[in-house]
Design a binder for this molecule. Structure first.
Ligand SMILES: NC(=O)c1ccc[n+]([C@@H]2O[C@H](COP(=O)([O-])OP(=O)(O)OC[C@H]3O[C@@H](n4cnc5c(N)ncnc54)[C@H](OP(=O)(O)O)[C@@H]3O)[C@@H](O)[C@H]2O)c1
Length: 374
């Protein structure tokens, strides 16, 4: 059979397509960015390509953050399938969408309803969340923040996406079957546990934090509408899946950037909260010094901010570190000129040495950042 798999590049699609090919089907992958002979441009926001040549359409393309796009895309696809007399459509949906206030789930339920009324023969399979869902969400957040916010009281029932792909392959072979039995993972896990276990598996030192969340969608998640009865669907458990997640190598540049940035912030806070104490203990120029405060506003604060941001944005690191090196280098030269000065004392060798150490640290970080960006 000639089969179009929209979203064939995704988590589930990437597992289904090779299975269908192995079973001898002529499979075309619908994707926004075609890059191979068996790819066809497909975009949820646009009219679908002609489906005249296809026997079956498996619809997996999705935009969970834009439910209205998801629904409109699905609706257009059902219309195109009806017009092209496609033999049947297989639609992947989610357990518990019927009565759920979460907008994405409402869109999936409505897409199911429209498919059943489209006149196209169909199969609808619902499954619980795939193992990779929470790790993907955590990755997105952990790339930008130190803490991963999680609402309390939510549980999921994660399932091995290979099991779903296997079931879909069978369903494609069976022909239109209507709404079939749901597929659900073997264990119900709290979201807290899933996030903690993934963070531990990664070893990046990120932490989960509880956040307050409210609204009907959150209540529906807390009520467990997305759960099915426990079913031993086979395949890997979430714990087994996590054991296959590669541990992230520690990122020494990120850690160093955060340490330097945090040191700058600490100095600023010390200076602002207790200037007398700061001047007495660190920079011995006696009384409150407005010049030094202005230096902080124009030099230390911006540097601390960009160094902190560069820790989580690897593409920023080289430009930020080059700028910091030039900045600190010129500052160093300025202090070299006054190295013999003992009045005021802060222009003397102590401060020069501190700036030199910082310069070496920035230089080392730049060298490592350049190597890891290659
Ligand atoms: N993930 C879960 O936990 C879960 C659970 C139950 C059911 N499902 C359902 O299973 C299906 C597949 O989920 P998945 O997790 O495999 O999805 P995924 O990995 O997020 O992949 C989504 C696919 O959709 C395509 N896509 C995204 N935006 C698009 C757009 N605007 N136009 C056209 N294509 C677009 C992407 O392809 P390109 O980037 O190549 O265009 C990608 O291949 C979905 O229907 C989902 O609702 C998922």
């Amino acid at each position: 059979m000639r089969i179009l798999v929209t979203g064939g590049t995704g988590d589930l699609g990437g597992r289904l397509v090779p299975r269908l090919e192995k079973a001898g089907h002529d499979v075309v992958v619908g994707t926004r960015t075609p890059s191979a002979d068996d790819h066809l441009r497909y975009e949820l926001r646009e009219p679908p390509p002609s489906l005249d040549d296809f026997d079956v359409v498996v619809h997996l393309a999705t935009e969970s953050l834009q439910p209205e796009v998801d629904l409109e895309g699905a609706t257009r696809l059902w219309e195109a399938a009806a017009a092209a007399n496609v033999s049947y459509v297989v639609y992947m949906s989610i357990v518990g969408v019927d009565d759920h206030a979460f907008p994405y789930y409402r869109a999936k339920a409505e897409a199911e309803r429209r498919l059943t009324e489209s006149g196209v023969p169909f199969t609808i399979l619902r499954a619980t969340q795939f193992h990779r869902l929470i790790p993907r969400f955590v990755d997105e957040i952990a790339a930008r923040a130190f803490f991963v916010p999680v609402p309390a009281g939510v549980s999921l029932q994660p399932i091995d996406a290979d099991v779903v792909a296997e079931r879909l392959e069978d369903l494609v072979g069976q022909g239109p079957s209507g709404r079939v039995d749901d597929l659900a993972g073997p264990e119900v896990l709290s979201l807290d546990e899933m996030v903690d276990d993934y963070l531990a598996a990664l070893g990046t030192g990120r932490r989960r934090i509880r956040v307050a969340a409210w609204g009907q969608a959150v209540r529906d998640f807390r009520d467990g509408k997305q759960l099915a009865r426990p079913i031993d669907s086979g395949g890997e458990t979430y714990t087994e899946y996590l054991a296959t997640v590669p541990v992230r190598r520690p990122d020494p540049v990120a850690a160093s950037l955060r340490i330097v940035s945090a040191a700058f912030f600490a100095i600023m806070v010390w200076m602002l909260v207790s200037p007398a104490n700061f001047h007495a203990n660190l920079a011995g120029f006696g009384d409150f010094n407005s010049h030094f405060i202005r230096d902080t506003g124009t030099f230390i604060l911006p540097l601390a901010i960009v160094l902190w941001l560069a820790a989580s944005r690897s593409s920023w690191r080289v430009p930020v570190l080059v700028t910091a090196l030039i900045h600190n280098g010129l500052h160093l030269v300025n202090h070299m000129v006054d190295v013999a000065n003992t009045d005021p004392a802060w222009q003397g060798p102590g401060n020069l040495a501190a700036l030199a150490v910082l310069q070496i640290a920035l230089w080392r970080m730049l060298a490592v950042a350049r190597t890891s960006n290659r």
